[in-house]
Design a protein around this ligand. Structure first.
Ligand code: GRE
Ligand code: ZN
Length: 323
């Protein structure tokens, strides 16, 4: 069966240097663990061999967090363009194996829509953003043109986790030593809460009422929101939204696995949203399920149609990919 993976990370050395010099983000250290650097940099033979070993036909590439969003506006614009050009050349070199999500200069809000449109013109099938750039949340009115452009251009917006703000880290994620503090603030918990909060804030800001065609992708099975719909629905009433939070989740959002191939999570997702929303991804190289792990997981789908939609059909439909 054809397999498309939609959250497959890469890095651009020039951006890594700029982030190391100019951004205070300790999660950058994750890119240096084991052989991650080498795997992240490789947009050629090594990555294709890893995909072949896993049985992945097509990878949708996206930069690793934090993208370019912690950089000053000028650098963010320049390096987002460079990243989008480089990703486009990787796709051009391997058109049957790669697509890409664009990188946007979120610290320069007035430049975001134009770069999204330029990247869409290069063939990027969507974009990856984070819940906040500096003190500016993604639901800030400064990004209104960006969401309007994403809806108009049919460019899905992948809302990826990032390190919580310094204030949130100080308030909630300290006291255990540097490594445990960082893990608690990131992959162990904080990343996911941060991304879920950003998604809820977009809903509460009326983003999907103004842009009903906007599509957002959440990783890690919906960043815990699929477990919280009964409680989150009451936000709609308080905020005066025309639809329930769960209704936005079921119509404007897609959910990807990010390498968490757990059948219990699949059963829950199928119970609270619909099979056309679920899409495979591995979160390469941070998770690396093998071919057998993937095959075993796919066998948990109740029907062949649902399995095929998860493996490639929903990704093709959402991102306009033709095989
Ligand atoms: C991710 O993208 O989700 C990720 C990283 C780094 C470490 C673990 C992880 O970017 O899941
Ligand atoms: Zn990821």
């Amino acid at each position: 069966m054809t397999l498309i993976a939609i959250e497959e990370h890469w890095i651009m050395p020039e951006l890594t240097s700029a982030l190391e010099a100019g951004a205070d983000d300790d999660s950058l250290a994750f890119n240096d663990l084991g052989d991650h650097q080498e795997r992240l940099r490789d947009l050629g033979a090594g990555r294709l061999a890893a995909m072949d070993a896993q049985g992945i036909d097509l990878s949708v590439l996206a930069l690793t967090p934090p993208g370019t969003q912690p950089l000053d506006p000028g650098q963010a614009v320049r390096l987002s363009r460079a990243a989008n050009d480089l990703a486009a050349s990787a796709v051009a070199a391997h058109p049957t194996r790669f697509r890409a999500l664009s990188t946007l200069p979120m610290s320069a809000p007035e430049a975001v829509a134009a770069e999204l449109e330029r990247a869409a013109g290069l063939g990027h099938v969507g974009t990856m953003v984070y819940g906040r750039s500096g003190d500016r949340f993604l639901d800030d009115p400064a990004y209104e043109d960006f969401f309007a452009a994403a809806a108009r251009l049919g460019q899905p917006v992948f809302l990826h986790p990032q390190l919580p703000s310094p204030a949130v880290r100080d308030a909630s994620y300290r006291g255990f030593g540097p490594l445990t503090d960082l893990a608690l603030a990131t992959f162990g918990w904080g990343w996911h809460l941060d991304a879920a909060t950003a998604a809820l804030r977009l809903i509460l800001r009326g983003t999907f009422d103004r842009h009903p065609d906007l599509r957002v992708v959440l990783g890690h099975w919906g960043e815990m929101l699929l477990f919280w719909l009964d409680r989150a629905d009451s936000l709609s009433r308080v905020a005066g939204l025309p639809r329930k939070v769960s209704d936005y989740l079921r119509t404007n959002f897609h959910i990807t696995t990010s390498g968490m191939l757990n059948p219990a999570l699949l059963r829950h997702a199928l119970a609270v949203t619909t099979p056309d929303r679920l899409i495979f991804s591995t979160d390469y190289p941070f998770q690396h399920p093998g071919r057998a792990d993937i095959a075993t997981f796919l066998d948990h789908f109740p029907t062949e149609k649902q399995k095929a939609d998860f493996a490639y059909g929903n990704a093709c439909a959402l991102f306009g990919i033709t095989l």
